[in-house]
Design a protein around this ligand. Structure first.
Ligand code: NOJ
Length: 541
């Protein structure tokens, strides 16, 4: 057995409970549904699962609006189901990460309910960010879900207090005040509650957002948009503030006090790979999501630049990088990478065939990189983003708060197709699903792909098997000198491995060696050329 901690090169699969598997047939996935599919997950060849929130919640933001962090929402099951999920995963050799949401609570949380019954100067008010202002909101901050980030604080009896509260997300998600000691103690205790139940770690929601500049200065949004156009995340007085690192030093001490130590992965939208790496200093978070890589387009230079910068800055702090291409907040990468995809155009019809070729190629490339990789449920089936969801079925608060201008994230959250040729495609034993599944998904069901040599599911299984067999770990990555549309690197594992991807449309000459796996059945031609939009792993000769 290797002494390397498991999380340094793990493949972690994101389970989004409401859309994964539905045991009770109400159209919303649940914990017993996940338990029923653990064998499928173990056979896929992953190392761990990360489960998005299933806690008590009014579901105004699909569970990221938590009313009780220590209990399970009845729609998803109960605490015994959570325990059974942890135990069942462990029995199959899978680690389990849950999701902690420390930036805000639901307005149905007992703390906010207490705010509505209290007044200025009270302990209850100090747990949130509440300010007086006579002429409109205290500053110009916008909610990530559109509209102002401040709402009037109106008491339980409907009295306008003249105060405003901050919510960087929906108005039902008030931001908590991390300057308050009780807040810090409460979240430390929530960590311990789940660690004591055996959970192996946490994904941290909005990990870069808990501390705000105390002066609450106005934001220059024109400058922020400019930064985004240039490919970096917005710098704002509520993101990536120095004080947030103190919280993680304390959390790391808690995680390290367990045997085996528990781990963290931050949802850290840092403005640059350099700033991101600071969260992975040895006494802070173990890992963070690397969104710089997710944001790179289908472009040789952009991908190479992001990989190189990520490796450089993580090496400085001795931390392994993570890689991710899809999650429940972004357009699925089969669609995002496809020619003809235009964000926010619900009428765009991306080329799904080329999208799949590119997605499989970039996935294979990603799985060869040093460090750990996150997969999002359904990408192993080649699922596409769903655009034509009826307006009435959409649930994302971003859709509602923008009056439909922002399509929101429902398109990547459609319940998984498992089997059969009609909805709910085995999501449950009936027909219900909280978002409608498109008819084209009949051919994408797990059952339809099982055992089919060139299916996307079998491709993922084979790639994960090979990755594990080669124990690529964190061994050094050496770029191979290429030009044109090829990008290639070599990994110095026991048996050296070379990964070559072709970002162009035309076939390109491959280095000599034996091909171990290809992203598509016809990726390598008879005369040893690599077809356009494909990727291979090979043992160089
Ligand atoms: C990030 C989560 O991934 C997203 O789904 C959620 O809406 C926001 N944080 C707010 O919690």
């Amino acid at each position: 057995m290797s002494a390397r901690p498991w999380w340094r090169d793990a493949v972690i699969y994101q389970v989004y409970p409401r859309s994964f598997a539905d045991a009770n047939g109400d159209g919303l996935g649940d914990l017993p549904g996940i338990i029923s599919r653990l064998a499928y997950l173990a056979a896929l060849g992953i190392d761990a699962i990360w489960v998005s929130p299933f806690y008590t919640s009014p579901q105004h933001d699909a569970g990221y609006d938590v009313a009780d962090f220590r209990d399970v929402d009845p729609r998803f099951g109960n605490l015994a189901d959570a325990d059974a999920l942890i135990a069942g995963a462990h029995e199959r050799g899978l680690k389990v990460l849950f999701d902690i949401v420390p930036n805000h609570t639901s307005s149905e949380h007992r703390w906010w309910q207490e705010v509505l019954r209290s007044g200025p100067g009270s302990e209850a008010w100090d747990r949130y960010i509440i300010r007086a202002s006579d002429d409109g909101p205290p500053n110009n901050w916008n909610s990530i879900f559109h509209g102002p980030a401040w709402s009037k604080l109106v008491t339980a009896d409907g009295v306008d207090t003249g105060y405003w509260y901050l919510h960087l997300f929906d108005s039902t998600q008030p931001d908590v005040n991390w300057e308050n000691d009780e807040v810090r103690e409460e979240f430390a205790d929530i960590l311990r509650f789940w660690f004591d139940r055996g959970v192996d770690g946490f994904r941290i929601d909005v990990a870069h957002g808990m501390v705000k500049d105390p002066a609450l200065p106005n934001v220059d949004y024109a400058k922020m948009r400019q930064a985004e156009l240039l490919g970096s995340s917005p710098e704002a007085p509520y993101w990536d503030q120095e004080g947030v690192h103190d919280i993680y030093r304390e959390w790391r001490r808690i995680a390290d006090s367990y045997d085996p130590p528990r781990i963290f992965c931050g949802e850290t939208w840092a403005p640059s790979p350099e700033r991101l790496a600071l969260y992975q200093r040895p006494d802070e978070l173990h890992t963070s999501f690397n969104f710089d890589y997710l944001k790179a387009s289908w472009d040789r230079q952009a991908v190479q630049r992001s990989v190189a910068n990520t490796l450089l800055h993580h090496a400085k702090v001795g931390a392994p990088p993570t890689w991710v291409l899809s999650n429940h907040d972004v357009v699925r990468h089969r669609t995002r990478l496809a020619p003809g995809f235009y964000p926010q155009d619900r009428h765009c019809r991306p080329d799904e065939v080329r999208g799949l070729a590119r997605a499989r190629a970039l996935t294979l490339f990603t799985l060869a990189l040093p460090g750990s990789t996150y997969l999002y449920q359904g990408e192993e089936l080649g699922l596409v983003e769903v655009f034509d969801i009826p307006d009435a079925a959409r649930e994302d608060p971003a859709w509602h708060r923008s009056q439909g201008e922002d399509l929101g994230r429902d398109g990547c959250r459609v319940p998984l197709p498992w089997s059969g040729d009609a909805p709910s495609y085995g999501f449950n034993s009936g027909t219900a699903s909280w978002l409608p599944q498109p008819p084209s998904w009949a051919t994408l069901c797990a059952q339809a792909q099982d055992g089919l040599g060139d299916s996307t599911l079998e491709f993922y299984r084979a790639a994960l098997r090979l990755r594990r067999a080669r124990s690529l770990g964190e061994s050094a990555l050496e770029w191979w000198d290429t030009d044109g549309d090829l990008l290639a690197f070599r990994r110095a594992s026991d048996t050296p491995l070379m990964c070559v991807i072709n970002f162009g449309d035309a076939p390109a000459i491959l280095p000599s060696g034996t091909v171990e796996i290809a992203s598509m059945a016809d990726a390598v031609t008879a005369d040893h050329l690599l077809a356009g939009e494909s990727c291979i792993w090979m043992t160089p000769s």
